[in-house]
Each structure stands twice: as C-alpha cells, then as structure tokens.
Design a protein around this ligand. Structure first.
Ligand SMILES: [Zn+2]
Length: 126
C-alpha cells in the first residue's frame, strides 16, 4: 500500500465473496506509518480481466470496512489465529541447543513474517 511517498504492507487482508462479475475481491487494511492515517485498499477483478483498485482514507476507510464486513469470506489475521501456522512466504531457521559449549541438538523451524513458527525437525547429536 502507498501513502506519504512510502510503500508498506497491509496489516490485514479481507478476502471477500464474489459479487456478480466482480471476483477476487479483497480489502487491504493498514495505517500509514508516516502520518498514521487509517487506510483501506479495495481491489477486485471485473469480468475476469479488468483490475479495479480504489483507496479509501480515514472516515472513508471506516465506512468501507463497515459496509464490506458482511461480505468477508476469510481474513489473513483470522487465518493466522485459527491455524497458528506459518503463512505466506516461509523460511527455515535452525536453532542450536548447546550444553557445556557442545551442540547437542539442532531444532529446525519453519517461520513466516507474521512471527509464527513451527518445529519441523529435531536433530540430536549424542
Ligand atoms: Zn501517510
């Protein structure tokens, strides 16, 4: 999302139900990190080809949220809370467990950029 000459990530994304010829409907939500303005970006595809995008700010953003609330199929944050699983782009992280200066175990985690991580594998070195 864009405001105050900066580009930043949405803090939540609402995935909305299709409506007539409007598909892939999404509402991106964020606050501008520079001016703190509440923002919403509505995006959809019309007739399966034309991309439509519109920004809403402050009161407008609150109004569009209120209006589209009933059409939400799922949300990014809801997904995150429901499954407690890494979501989206996932990277691996190794954590070494040491005892007396010696690595006794390596724990491999799958992490995402939302701060979720799950233990994938434990390698014991005995
Ligand atoms: Zn701004």
């Amino acid at each position: 999302m864009r405001h105050c000459n900066s580009v930043f990530c949405a803090c939540d994304i609402w995935f909305l139900l299709d409506k007539e010829n409007h598909t892939k409907r999404k509402l991106y939500l964020a606050s501008c990190p520079i001016c703190n303005k509440e923002m919403a970006l509505y995006s959809c595809v019309i007739d399966g080809e034309k991309v439509f995008e519109k920004y809403y700010y402050s009161n407008g953003a609150r109004k569009i949220k209120e209006r589209l609330k009933k059409e939400v199929a799922s949300t990014m944050l809801g997904f995150k809370n429901k499954y407690k699983m890494p979501f989206g782009f996932i990277y691996g992280k190794n954590q070494e467990i040491k005892r007396k200066g010696k690595t006794i175990e390596i724990r491999q985690y799958a992490c995402d950029f939302w701060g979720n991580k799950v233990l994938v594998k434990k390698i014991k070195d005995e």
